[in-house]
Design a binder for this molecule. Structure first.
Ligand code: ADP
Ligand code: MG
Length: 635
């Protein structure tokens, strides 16, 4: 038996370990299982090169809880350690790395969540243990098993162990303040969180299942009554993990069903099928595998709940992928697994890291390629999915210039009649009819088919196409498209009268004399509230409505952009609620208004309210009054 002192600069480092990683105590289990996994994989490697001859078919890792003895056991059948190796790897190297780690981060608050991941390794056992033991037996023949004990002071004991089987058993004597880790439920939860896809089977207890070799027999008695024999149950190991998750396989070995099945394995509470998946697989200039899914995004809550999970060699690290995955793709789901992402660093460092930047741009490129191939291979299907995926694509076009370029090929612009155009097609289809006298192509759009119904009809009667652009960030996207395409302007159908939106050379002739127009304007302005409406006389088609309320494109768009944030809109103050009241001088009602003696204000109010009604601007008392007045007019 040998007693020794661990080689450390800081006396009593264990209280420090506890304090620094307070919120992350639970990672001890992941660390120890990672070590057990490494030890098993190393032995498998030795076996593959003929250095080890035993059978490794059923190797597993086992977790046991001894509630009475207040102990947690982590047992592996890996390569084990000799006494010399324990000295070297546990006392010297492991501890010096823990020491270094603490030196480095003792000033930083544990705020990023990621600090501490994969830093402490074996010594994280002391986050929950007052004493830790190792029993280990090397795969090497003629080596004694070793038994290491350390009670949290820098002193340790190293002696012979009676352990017979190859591998390592770690025993944690759980501290009084960490007794929660002796609960089955707690350990199961941690195993499912961190180790659900680790490559070696992890056994935690046993479970009863129906004996697959036994089919219950049904027999009939004399009266024909049926009795079925009881199902025979057998006890089997309860294996927590799936050691071969889909992302570690070759895409050619997987069908769509397999991808969907894996999606539900990742997110057991998700019942919808994903729209499609993207299998990531690179090994140069960095290593990365994974599967991303485009979910059907319905509510904001959905986006927050089930996020992309980051793994390192099948060990769960975090579901906060900020800085690694471009922001617009954080709406997706799935897994990313990379040994090349530096984990024990702060978020700000991560964002500046060159390798991480490459990863982000690789992922962006892959997503762009996949969308492009979906579009090319089955456009009809792509159109069907468009409304469910557009928010991600539009957001990406706004935030990533490279993605914007790529998306030019497949981003779709639907019409109010369910036709889908690419930007090129849109230009082609509309240039002839919708180019105004200054040579600008005016793209007309609606955001709500019901609310803007009469305006859409008006535009369609002129032979114009009306797009349906209804996602919340569309005003930003339009702004971007206009700045990229000099001679293209977007206008919402209700931004002005249709003849004003797309102005042509020929001017419509007004039925009214200049004198009458002047009078009409005065009459209307006397009644219509000035602070809300700017009266604007126009000679429109005599069949067009007498009054039309419009909201200038610029004002409305700025306002929307302010509401959805970004784009330097902050601090510009609130835009007032202002409208134009377009008065159609060619509508017959104008004659009536001009000639009327007593009913003039009634005509004007009624026409104004009808215009407001068609823009959804009439509510409450004003609506009630309007209805009452309308009935009275009928009498
Ligand atoms: P790391 O895993 O990053 O090397 P750790 O502190 O987790 O650091 O472990 C230190 C070393 O101790 C390992 O590299 C390994 O050599 C040895 N070790 C730890 N756990 C085991 C185990 N279960 N079986 C064999 N060796 C182990
Ligand atoms: Mg380790």
């Amino acid at each position: 038996m040998a007693k020794g002192k661990i080689n450390v600069a800081v006396e009593n480092i264990f209280p420090l370990i506890k304090r620094f990683l307070y919120s992350d105590h639970e990672i001890f289990l992941r660390e120890l299982i990672s070590n057990a996994t490494d030890a098993t994989l190393k032995l498998k490697h030795l076996s593959s090169i003929g250095e080890f001859k035993g059978n490794l078919d059923d190797v597993k890792i086992e977790i046991k809880i001894d509630k009475k003895g207040k102990k947690i056991h982590i047992i592996d059948e890996g390569l084990g350690m000799t006494k010399e190796e324990v000295k070297k790897y546990i006392n010297d190297i492991a501890f010096s790395s823990a020491d270094e780690f603490l030196e480095k981060y003792k000033d930083e608050k544990n705020d990023s969540g990621i600090i501490g991941h994969f830093g402490l390794g074996f010594y994280s056992a002391f986050m929950v243990g007052r004493e830790v033991e190792i029993h280990t037996k090397s795969y090497k023949e003629n080596e004694d098993a070793a038994h290491w004990i350390c009670d949290g002071s820098p002193e340790y004991t190293l002696k012979k162990s009676k352990k017979k089987e190859r591998g390592t058993e770690i025993i944690i004597h759980v501290d009084e303040d960490s007794l929660e880790f002796l609960e089955d439920q707690k350990i199961r939860e941690l195993l499912l969180k961190y180790n659900k896809f680790m490559p070696i089977p992890i056994k935690f207890g046993t479970k009863e299942i129906a004996d697959p070799k036994h089919k219950p027999k049904t027999t009939k008695d004399k009266e024909g009554k049926e009795t079925t024999e009881n199902q025979k149950m057998i006890t089997v190991d309860d294996i927590i993990n799936n050691p071969n998750p889909a992302w570690t396989k070759q895409p050619s070995d997987l069908k769509d069903e397999d991808y969907n099945e894996f999606y539900h394995e990742l997110y057991p509470m998700q019942f919808e099928e994903p729209l499609f998946h993207i299998h990531l697989n690179v090994d140069y200039p960095f290593n990365l595998t994974g599967i991303l899914y485009f979910p059907k995004l319905t509510t904001n809550i959905d986006i927050q709940k089930d996020k992309i999970q980051l793994y390192q060699n099948q060990v769960f690290v975090t579901d906060n992928v900020e800085g690694i995955v471009p922001e617009f793709l954080q709406m997706l789901r799935g897994v990313i697994d990379s040994p090349d992402i530096p984990l024990n660093v702060s978020r700000s460092y991560l964002q500046a890291d060159g390798a991480v930047k490459k990863i982000a741009s690789y992922i962006t490129k892959k997503v762009g390629d996949k969308l492009n191939s979906l579009y090319k291979n089955d456009r009809e299907e792509f159109e069907k999915k468009w409304n469910d995926i557009k928010i991600v694509i539009e957001y990406g076009m706004l935030s990533e210039p490279k993605f914007f370029e790529k998306a030019q090929k497949f981003a779709l612009y639907p019409t109010v009649n369910d036709k889908y155009f690419t930007f090129e097609e849109l230009k082609e289809k509309t240039t002839a009819a919708q180019t105004d006298k200054d040579g600008n192509l005016v793209v007309l759009y609606a955001t709500n088919v019901d609310e803007q119904h009469s305006f859409i009809l008006e535009a369609e009667s002129k032979g114009y196409e009306v797009m349906l652009l209804d996602s919340p960030i569309v005003s930003h996207l339009i702004q971007k498209l206009e700045s990229e395409n000099e001679k293209i302007k977007f206008a919402r159908v209700d931004a002005d009268s249709i003849d004003k939106l797309i102005q042509k050379e020929e001017n419509q002739i007004s039925k009214l004399s200049d004198d009458d127009q002047g009078k009409l304007k005065v009459f209307i302005e006397e009644i219509v509230p000035k602070e809300k409406y700017t009266v604007q006389l126009e000679a429109l088609d005599s069949n067009s409505n007498p009054f039309i309320i419009t909201q200038p494109e610029f004002m409305r768009r700025m306002k929307e952009m302010q509401q959805t944030g970004g784009g330097g809109m902050m601090g510009m103050g609130n835009f007032p609620e202002m409208y134009n009241l377009v008065v159609n001088t060619n509508n017959d009602l104008m004659q009536k208004i001009l000639k009327a003696k007593v009913k003039r204000s009634e005509y004007i109010n009624q026409a104004l309210d009808l215009a407001r009604l068609s823009q959804n601007l009439l509510q409450g008392k004003e609506l009630t009054d309007f209805i009452k007045r309308s009935y009275e007019l009928m009498n």
